[in-house]
Design a protein around this ligand. Structure first.
Ligand SMILES: [Zn+2]
Length: 307
């Protein structure tokens, strides 16, 4: 049994078939967590979909209307890079509800993980790069709107820069955004995050971890979040089909431990969202995401012992 809740619903699966985005990974992660005895059924909570009002705190009325009614233009559909359907929209509303619930549970329990979400390329007026709506931003805006938090931090370790996060929070001092990513990779252009760490192609474990630690240290000196959203992409992995960094499984586990450790030592509750992962073997992507949950578990146990 875990010391925090996992948020999951079968409806997260976008049913994309043989697409490079393995959207069946959510179910596979759920199943692996149970099969390995990391979690029990009681550890999982099912989310409610976000409300349209929640989504409109981040996205334009016009874009939300098009998603609900299936009236995106051909170009707007093409930018998504996943086939549009009303079912796709429903799955994304559900994932956004999952991130809201993860944020809420993190505030209550110190930690929580959405076994989905992390759609960090979604922008206010359009979606792109497999990201339809920005679940993490929707969660932050919802929690701010009800007065649960004022200040949030987003730490994004997906191999691709969090351009949607940057576009949404770029002019908002209440949300500190840190993105560490491969410079020569999608998206182009990269609107500025609070801190962008642009890594060279082929960056490996040692350099990655040293640079990440330096920036985490500085981020927590500059900003004191009441909630940290960890966008924990699995795609800095050296076997990733859409990434050009060279982290090993071990390096990725150390990355997760580092982020969780900094949050713990700075008393920031952590809500995890999964984001990308396109390893040649889907089982590797599943292992990396499960590793993130294990890192959070270890940090949560340490935190509880220190009380
Ligand atoms: Zn990515």
């Amino acid at each position: 049994m875990l010391p925090f809740k996992l948020i999951y619903d079968e409806g997260y699966d976008l049913n994309l078939g043989t697409h490079v985005f393995p959207s069946q990974k959510y179910r596979l992660i759920h199943d692996r967590l149970l099969a390995d005895g990391v979690a029990t059924r009681e550890d999982f909570l099912a989310p409610e979909p976000a409300t349209d009002e929640d989504v409109r705190r981040v996205h334009s009325q016009d874009y939300v209307h098009k998603l609900k009614n299936g009236t995106l233009s051909r170009d707007e559909e093409a930018w998504l890079e996943v086939p549009y359907s009303k079912e796709l929209s429903r799955a994304c509303w559900l994932a956004a509800g999952g991130s809201i619930l993860a944020g809420r549970r993190a505030l209550a329990d110190g930690w929580a993980a959405n076994i989905g979400g992390g759609f960090h390329h979604a922008c206010p007026d359009h979606g792109e790069g497999f990201c339809v709506i920005h679940d993490v931003a929707i969660a932050i805006r919802r929690l701010q709107s009800e007065g649960a938090i004022e200040r949030a931090m987003v730490v994004d370790t997906d191999v691709h820069q969090g351009n949607g996060t940057a576009a949404i929070f770029g002019k908002d001092a209440s949300v500190f955004t840190l993105s560490i990513h491969q410079e020569h990779n999608y998206p182009h252009p990269k609107p500025p995050s609070t801190v962008d760490v642009n890594l060279a192609d082929g960056t490996g474990d040692d350099e990655y971890l040293a640079v990440l630690e330096k920036h985490l240290q500085q981020a927590f000196r500059d900003f004191s979040p009441q909630l940290l959203f960890y966008v924990a992409g699995a795609d800095p992995y050296r076997e990733d089909q859409l990434g050009g960094l060279a982290l090993t499984m071990e390096g990725l586990a150390q990355r997760d431990a580092l982020v969780c450790d900094y949050a713990r030592r700075n008393a920031a509750p952590v809500a995890i969202a999964l984001a990308g992962g396109y390893a040649r073997r889907v089982a590797d992507t599943v292992s990396i995401h499960v590793g993130t949950i294990l890192a959070a578990r270890d940090a949560a146990v340490l935190k509880a012992r220190a009380r």
